[in-house]
Design a protein around this ligand. Structure first.
Ligand code: SF4
Length: 338
């Protein structure tokens, strides 16, 4: 049985039409779920009983559960338990310009990036669309506030769960749904080239972020096994094609690992790789964990790297740090809950 929070508006309309019901029921149901936040069919007062009976028969209205919350300055981490007992995490950040939620897209991850705690647990399964939508609904209910932006950058490789992630984006971007603007939705990928090509042809808007983390193919293969399947140079070409086709700027994520990818030569290599591309680089201070030997690059080194990129004409920022005290920082999710 499909969960109601995993159905896009268009599919819900088709469902009603196929059932001989009125097409506008989809608008009514979406309005209850996403505008009024009424999740109990019996409390949806202008829906006829026959429609309610059909919906009860065809859809599951259940929720995943928040089982733990941890709070740090400007950040909250949520541990969820799914219906089958699997667990995932999301991180909510409070910025000056609004709230942003980092959602998970899989239970575990098969990409095996060497510096990433989240990927130490191999993929158990993809998340269903509703399990991503409900991360947002439950957290919004808990903080009594709307989430302004969403990054699909938690546990998992979103493009390895392509269809469910795309439906998730449709639901949260839909003005009749959760209504988060396209410019406030980001998919982050370690570089599944065929899926990036497919994304370029999708008729929905979002931001794309590429977890690059190395300026040459030898180094990238060492720290990101995915590079053996999808080589850095081909990835860059794919991103160039993506930018040309969509006319959208792409974010390049680059985690700063001490004495691994953080020296001057690396910065120059990265600058020449990205020269002329409509990208901006986000330098991420590495968050150390107990299980992984990589160390964080020093503040000085990060600043030098930043300056070199700037001087070479590359748009670059250094990511503000959040939540390392509660293992909620980038790449740290599930480091204690496995
Ligand atoms: S960085 Fe992302 S893709 Fe790589 S192992 Fe971690 S969760 Fe997976």
């Amino acid at each position: 049985m499909k969960n109601i929070f995993g159905i896009t508006f268009d599919d819900l309309e088709t469902y009603f039409i196929n059932n001989g019901d009125k097409k506008f029921r989809a608008t009514q149901i979406y309005e209850f779920l996403y505008k009024k936040r009424v999740f109990d069919l019996d409390k949806m007062n202008n829906i006829p009983n026959t429609t309610k009976d059909n919906l009860k028969y065809d859809f599951d209205f259940s929720f995943i559960k928040i089982i733990k919350k941890q709070v740090d300055t400007d950040v909250k981490k949520y541990l969820f338990e799914l219906a089958d007992g699997n667990r995932i995490e999301s991180v909510l950040m409070f910025h000056d310009y609004g709230t942003s939620l980092c959602v998970s897209s899989q239970v575990g991850c098969n990409m095996g990036c060497k510096f990433c705690e989240s990927g130490r647990l191999k993929k158990v399964r993809d998340l269903e669309t509703y399990e991503m939508v409900e991360q947002i609904l439950l957290i919004e209910a808990e903080i009594k506030k709307r989430i302004d932006s969403v990054v699909i950058m938690g546990i998992g490789e979103p493009l390895d769960n392509y269809d469910n992630v795309l439906d998730f984006i449709k639901i949260i971007n839909d003005p009749k749904g959760i209504a988060i603007g396209a410019r406030h939705i980001t998919i982050s990928t370690c570089g599944l080239i065929p899926k990036i090509e497919a994304l370029a042809n999708e008729d929905i808007q979002f931001n794309l972020a590429i977890s690059l983390h190395a300026p040459n193919t030898q180094l990238r293969s060492k720290i990101m096994p995915i590079n053996k399947a999808f080589d850095l140079n081909l990835l860059i070409k794919t991103v160039k094609d993506y930018i040309k086709k969509t006319n959208r700027r792409v974010t390049i994520e680059y985690v700063m690992l001490d004495k691994v990818n953080d020296n001057e030569t690396n910065a120059m290599e990265l600058a020449s790789l990205l020269k002329g591309m409509n990208v901006y680089v986000n330098l991420i201070p590495y968050n150390e964990t107990n299980h992984i030997e990589y160390k964080r690059a020093s503040k000085d080194t990060i600043m030098k790297f930043y300056d070199t990129l700037k001087k070479q004409g590359i748009n670059v920022t250094i990511r503000k740090e959040f939540g390392s005290n509660i293992d909620a920082a980038c790449g740290q999710l599930r480091s204690k809950e496995v």
